[in-house]
Design a protein around this ligand. Structure first.
Ligand SMILES: [Zn+2]
Length: 442
């Protein structure tokens, strides 16, 4: 492997600020799609197409045809999360920087670095006897609507013997994982309106309702300090992990104190006390507030009683919860818990059901072997706290979904100073390469 050349190529990909949620970056998303398409052409791919959108297309392609060989669909995404707060980055998010064996950039681990591994593994010395299909999307961080529409219209794109999704991390350094569940997500804006217009806090303060105050009151009713979410019916569908799963989790190299100190970097962990931290992360729903807007937030002082305030919130969903039901439950809870003299409404921005994957197909043994031979340890079965909205739709094709990845838990996805350890990058290329070989000769 020519490390220098590969790092330069990955850096070119990372330099493209393909932030899918911000329309100002539409042209950048398109450029990232073109970067992927050029790579596929370089790998001898054909039938390369942009599907579903001009600005955030799904990049589709086929590798060289090998008659009689198994078909493997590779999934990844070229879009990234917004980089802010910018001043918390040690080096600028779209100027990849190498420090202490780590490559820092937005998208280094999520997911450009991993897409890079999937593709470069094909290029390493000769060609494994596998029929590759590529489905690299540009809206994963924004709900995957384009890909959902493509798969609805053209389900034949999913025809494969297996789907490899590389968008995940090891459970700890040296501990590769394969994932059996992903949490779903229900993203919403809750808006509270208290009056026709903003009011002067001297003239009306003390007697008029305040939208921010009412919104905060509503939010603290929706989740109490003990971590309990007060959305009626929310926990009813939650399936507790099996005894065997709990036993596996206890053996994983996960220590609460370490998690707090190195990864959360706060003073305490929060959440439902009767459950282990891994259970809170993997097997319970969440309710998080992402931002609150309304009123006056500029520099200086303005004495206003805001008439409207909005909170962006999301719930992560676990098996067997369903997005549609949770949306109904949240809307009903907001109506019930808001003060009766305010207008409270909920608007749903995007969402997905949780995903569940059975790990009993023989192909999982091949992935396990590829990791064992390459990094010295096979895959441990784990669950994921995050969401890849399109995974349940990918599973509809009937092929087993291998949810794995070469990131590490401290990669700081979606946060300042996102990075990928360079060793993981080289191991990733070798692991996927070995997996393709094992699949081709199985
Ligand atoms: Zn991702």
């Amino acid at each position: 492997m020519n490390h220098e050349r590969l790092l330069a190529e990955l850096s070119a990909f990372l330099r493209i600020p393909s932030v899918s949620t911000l329309p100002a970056h539409d042209a950048d998303c398109r450029r990232a799609a073109e970067w992927v398409a050029a790579e596929l052409r370089g790998l001898g791919g054909h039938d390369i197409r942009f599907l579903g959108s001009d600005t955030h297309p799904v990049v589709w392609g086929r590798g060289p045809e090998v008659p009689g060989a198994p078909t493997l669909l590779l999934y990844g995404h070229y879009d990234v999360q917004p980089p802010d707060p910018l001043d918390e980055w040690t080096s600028p998010p779209f100027e990849p920087a190498l420090r202490d064996g780590r490559l820092y950039a937005r998208g280094a681990a999520d997911d450009k670095g991993q897409v890079f591994c999937l593709l470069k593994a094909m290029a390493e010395s000769g060609r494994p006897p596998v029929n590759f299909r590529f489905l690299i999307e540009g809206e994963e961080e924004f709900g995957s609507q384009v890909l959902f529409d493509v798969l609805e219209r053209e389900p034949e794109r999913l025809r494969a013997d297996a789907v490899l999704v590389a968008d995940m991390a090891y459970i700890a350094p040296g501990w590769p994982a394969v994932y059996s569940t992903l949490r779903g997500i229900c993203y919403a804006e809750i808006t509270v309106r208290t009056a026709k217009s903003d009011l002067h806090s001297g003239e009306y303060g003390g007697a008029a309702p305040n939208a921010h105050e009412e919104l905060c009151r509503l939010l603290t009713r929706l989740k109490t300090p003990d971590g309990k979410i007060h959305v009626p019916g929310l926990y009813a569908a939650v399936r507790p992990p099996s005894r065997a799963e709990r036993a596996t989790w206890r053996k994983l190299p996960f220590r609460d104190a370490d998690f707090l100190k190195r990864r959360v970097r706060a003073r305490a962990l929060t959440g439902l006390k009767g459950y282990s931290v891994l259970e809170r992360l993997w097997a319970l729903p969440t309710f998080e507030i992402h931002g609150i807007t309304g009123g006056f937030t500029g520099t200086g002082a303005k004495t206003v009683i805001p008439a409207e305030a909005t909170a962006k919130v999301s719930l992560r969903l676990v098996p067997d919860q369903q997005l549609k039901a949770v949306q109904r439950q949240l809307a009903a809870a907001v109506k019930k818990l808001a003060s009766r003299y305010v207008d409270a409404r909920v608007e749903f921005l995007h969402g997905s059901d949780p995903a569940q994957i059975k790990l009993d197909h023989p192909i999982f043994a091949l992935l396990d072997q590829a990791f064992k031979e390459t990094v010295g340890r096979g895959t441990v079965p784990a669950r994921a706290g995050g969401s890849i909205p399109v995974v349940p739709a990918l599973a509809k094709g009937g092929a087993p979904i291998l949810l794995t990845g070469i990131g590490l838990p401290d990669d700081r996805l979606h946060a300042p100073d996102e990075k990928l350890d360079v060793k993981q990058l080289w191991d990733g290329i070798k692991v996927f390469r070995r997996f393709y070989e094992l699949l081709g000769t199985a």
